[in-house]
Design a protein around this ligand. Structure first.
Ligand code: FES
Length: 79
């Protein structure tokens, strides 16, 4: 099953498979999520979902519950 993943704030949309790692999806979308440990312990890769849930991208996969997933990147390139 294919899910439409939308990355904010740039509004980049890409199709993803359920279970695919969010880092892979972001990579394919040309969006960079900052990473560090890749093991879920440094929180460098923290992103926020549409409902306000904060997740670590490196240990997260595309969930099967919805047809569309919106991911809000905290990193602001103008900082
Ligand atoms: S890269 Fe360290 S928690 Fe994800």
């Amino acid at each position: 099953m294919t899910i439409c993943v939308c990355f904010l704030p740039d509004n980049v949309t890409v199709d993803a498979e359920v279970g695919e790692s969010l880092l892979d999806v972001a990579d394919r979308a040309g969006v960079s999520i900052p990473t560090g440990c890749l093991m879920g312990s440094c929180h460098a890769c923290t992103v926020e979902l549409e409902d306000g849930e904060v997740i670590r991208a490196c240990i997260s996969a595309v969930p099967p519950e919805s047809q569309k997933l919106t991911i809000n990147l905290f990193s602001d390139p103008t900082w």
